[in-house]
Design a binder for this molecule. Structure first.
Ligand SMILES: NC(=O)c1ccc[n+]([C@@H]2O[C@H](COP(=O)([O-])OP(=O)(O)OC[C@H]3O[C@@H](n4cnc5c(N)ncnc54)[C@H](O)[C@@H]3O)[C@@H](O)[C@H]2O)c1
Length: 363
């Protein structure tokens, strides 16, 4: 019988105990054998979820890695810890999966990339939107060329989560722990989405800002400043000559989470909107077909039924030397990070920023 790969998770909070737990449960050849978290309650949850013995629970990621229990590591901590933890795992010879965004800035991500290259080890990035049935379908439709040359991509990811009453100053609202706000949180997925569609961003103008300027701290009722953006708007030029508008917000009252991708090409139109459910709205083809107007098409069964549950299998496959068009690597993570840095610079300096400018500064 084939041995299952032994995975250690670092950071067992929201995303690890929901998406990652479900995704490993579906993955054919992996089992979660150890978990590290600095929070005791999170470790208790992990113990129950995976039936782990106390020796497999750690409050320090170095101890988990040094224990030798795991063959690969899955990093799901707040953003500021990703790169340091990834480098420690790579130095111990372990393949790594890192939640998005890879790091706080492109320089630290470049260090992870270089180390992975030097060690010859795979680093997988959790760009979850690559693992949704309908986005995979959307990619295939665009790649098939039915809309012809792409002119415009309109991407929206907006929600009201920044307006939830009483929401405290979690790590997401603190620049020292998160880097940027909605830009790296929701935006990194949307930026990667364009990259994955081969519509890489080459230059941009952006603005971002903070509407909710103060929140109460987590451990006291004291109010403190929010230091990460809760909205961002990006106007980008793409490698193909097309343009992209990306709108991000967590201050969009009444939206639980609206995600929309619209592509207009020389021969037609495609739209995905999560509110409408799985499937696409399309209008392309012959004159007769265009005359029929916008039609809804269901996502074919071959794309599967569930979303992010394919992500962990994709990590395992990559660690086993197998990649496909869904695999997101440290190069993809670095590309997204450079674009995030360019957005921040464009907003600060109020000018158009080329991505090559950020790339040239990497050491
Ligand atoms: N791919 C996606 O769709 C997606 C969705 C949500 C979050 N994320 C990413 O996942 C990461 C975690 O987000 P979350 O929402 O689960 O946050 P969270 O706050 O719910 O969980 C983070 C966990 O890490 C633990 N932790 C903090 N510092 C640690 C350390 N030094 N060592 C070990 N554990 C530590 C915390 O106690 C907590 O349990 C972030 O990078 C976030 O951007 C990705």
């Amino acid at each position: 019988m084939k041995m299952k790969k032994r995975v250690g998770i670092i950071g067992y909070g929201m995303v690890a105990s929901s998406n990652h737990k479900k995704s490993y449960a579906r993955a054919k050849d992996a089992e979660v054998v150890a978990v590290c978290d600095v929070n005791k309650k999170a470790l208790e949850r992990a113990k129950n979820d995976f039936g782990l013995p106390d020796e497999a629970l750690f409050d320090d990621y170095k101890k988990l890695i040094d224990s030798g229990i795991c063959e690969m590591v899955d990093i799901c901590t707040p953003n500021c810890y990703h790169c340091e933890q990834a480098k420690y795992a790579l130095n111990a010879g372990l393949p790594v999966s890192i939640e998005k965004p890879v790091g706080m800035n492109s320089q630290e991500v470049e260090e992870v990339r270089k180390l992975a290259e030097e060690k010859g080890l795979p680093v997988f990035i959790c760009f979850t939107w690559r693992h949704m049935p309908t986005t995979r379908y959307l990619k295939d439709v665009i790649d098939s060329g039915v809309v012809g040359k792409v002119y415009h991509c309109y991407i929206k990811c907006i929600k009201e989560s920044g307006l939830w009453e009483g929401r405290r100053l979690e790590w997401r609202f603190d620049k020292e722990l998160c880097g940027t706000g909605v830009l790296c949180d929701l935006g990194s997925h949307m930026i990667d989405f364009l990259n994955w569609m081969n519509e890489d961003i080459v230059g941009l103008s952006a603005n971002l800002g903070i509407f909710i300027k103060e929140r109460q701290k987590l451990d006291s009722d004291e109010w403190a400043p929010v230091t990460t953006d809760d909205y961002a708007n990006v106007l980008a030029d793409l490698k193909s000559g097309a343009t992209a508008n990306i709108e991000l917000s967590r201050c969009a009252k009444t939206e639980s989470q609206l995600v929309e991708f619209i592509v207009y090409g020389e021969k037609g139109y495609i739209r995905y909107c999560n509110y409408v459910g799985e499937g696409l709205e399309i209008c392309y083809g012959s004159k007769e077909e265009i005359k029929k107007g916008k039609q809804r098409v269901a996502t074919p069964e071959k794309y599967g039924k569930h979303g992010a549950i394919y992500q962990s299998q994709s990590f395992l496959d990559y660690a086993n030397g197998k990649s496909d068009s869904f695999t997101s690597t440290i190069d993809d993570g670095l590309r997204a990070q450079m674009i995030i840095d360019a957005v921040v610079r464009s907003n600060e300096e109020k000018r158009y920023v080329k991505i090559e400018e950020i790339e040239k500064e990497l050491k």
